[in-house]
Design a protein around this ligand. Structure first.
Ligand code: UT7
Length: 327
């Protein structure tokens, strides 16, 4: 049975660091509040004019190099983003041009913070079905472009970055073993950018009302995130006859240290088996789990044969988990 393995990982974090102390100067907040409530100490912010495809390009070139694949050999590019370069065409097309992946077909996935897991699952299906073989998936976000820097309840949370993975077929018993995804469209307004789409086109009025920025009811989201992330991981793991005690490393979406701790506790996974970098990058939406996976691998925390579980949740609501036997 054909499956997909991750052959190369890459990441891109803009060098510009925005600390909690910097934010104390912008809004009525404190380093102490941000660390206690979120675990975030700093985040990265792009320089003016830098877009999602610029970050995606750096992450992708690194992933391709590590996979030993040329951009021209790719036959599919999927970019997960909620901060596309342009409303259309797809950021995946901008990326294709930037890396000269001339033989790939390209599309974007809009699944917010679960975007990288959705992209991975989609790529896995294409590989299993035999339609495409060499696939680049990317989570890339410039969340600073949709952040209201006067809203203390959101501006302390987000950061910019990108992570990429090259997927190739495998016939071994390793690679992607299982996935579980969920969606609940009855709660679209709990985390949303309300302006700029067809429902509420951009106008002077939408600008005045700041409708192009992230609006979030964080407290409600918190409780849902813990429940559905724990459920998703458990289902993805038990669907293939494994148990949470078999996991070598959990790589969760990095929205909030307290959410990650609570999910790990529900799954009875010890802290040392959970990868966390939210302190350094904040919440990068689709890029969070992609960057975390890449970093964990770079640090040697993922070894051949390890059972790796990705687990994410975001606006939609959408959530999902993937189980990978590392190869
Ligand atoms: O990426 C996937 C989707 N996102 C999430 O899953 C995020 C989930 N939510 C969270 O991470 C947390 O709910 C937050 C970090 C967003 C907020 O933490 P909280 O413990 O839920 O705080 P809260 O919203 O209940 O606010 C508590 C207090 C409020 O003051 P009052 O009403 O108690 O007087 C807020 O106004 O903290 C206040 N507050 C702040 N104070 C200082 C909110 N933001 C700040 C701030 N600095 N930056």
């Amino acid at each position: 049975m054909k499956s997909a393995r991750i052959a190369g990982l890459g990441k891109c974090l803009p060098p510009n660091v925005l600390t909690n102390a910097d934010l104390e100067k912008k809004v009525d907040t404190s380093d102490e509040w941000i660390i206690t409530r979120t675990g975030i100490r700093e985040r990265r912010i792009v320089k003016a004019g830098e877009s999602a495809s610029d970050l995606a390009r750096e992450a992708s070139l690194q992933a391709l190099k590590r996979a030993g694949i040329k951009a021209k050999d790719l036959d599919l590019i999927i970019v997960a983003t909620i901060t596309p370069d342009t409303q259309f065409p797809a950021t995946a097309c901008h990326l294709q041009n930037a890396i000269k992946a001339t033989n790939a077909i390209c599309f974007d996935i809009s699944a917010a913070c679960a975007g990288f897991v959705y992209a991975l699952n989609t790529a896995w299906q294409f590989i299993k079905g035999g339609l495409y073989e060499k696939i680049l998936i990317v989570g890339s976000e410039v969340l600073s472009s949709i952040t209201d820097w006067e809203d203390r309840s959101t501006c302390v949370l987000f950061g910019d970055g990108a992570g990429a993975a090259v997927l190739l077929p495998t016939t071994s018993d390793k690679g992607v073993l299982s996935s579980y995804m969920g969606s609940d469209g009855s709660q679209t307004d709990i985390l949303i950018v309300p302006g700029g789409g067809s429902r509420c086109p951009a106008s002077i009025d939408t600008l005045k009302k700041k409708l192009h920025y992230i609006k979030m009811r964080g407290n409600e989201l918190f409780r849902i995130a813990v429940r559905v992330m724990a459920e998703a991981a458990e289902k993805a793991i038990t669907n293939v006859g494994l148990q949470t005690s078999d996991i070598d490393i959990l790589v969760p979406h990095q929205a909030n240290k307290r959410i990650i701790d609570a999910v790990a506790q529900r799954l009875k996974i010890p802290r040392e088996k959970v990868y966390m970098n939210v302190d350094r990058y904040g919440n990068m939406s689709s890029a969070s789990s992609a960057v975390a996976l890449c970093e964990a691998w770079e640090k040697g925390e993922i070894k051949d044969g390890d059972l790796v579980v990705l687990d994410a949740f975001g606006a939609g609501l959408v959530w999902g988990s993937c189980v990978i036997r590392w190869v």
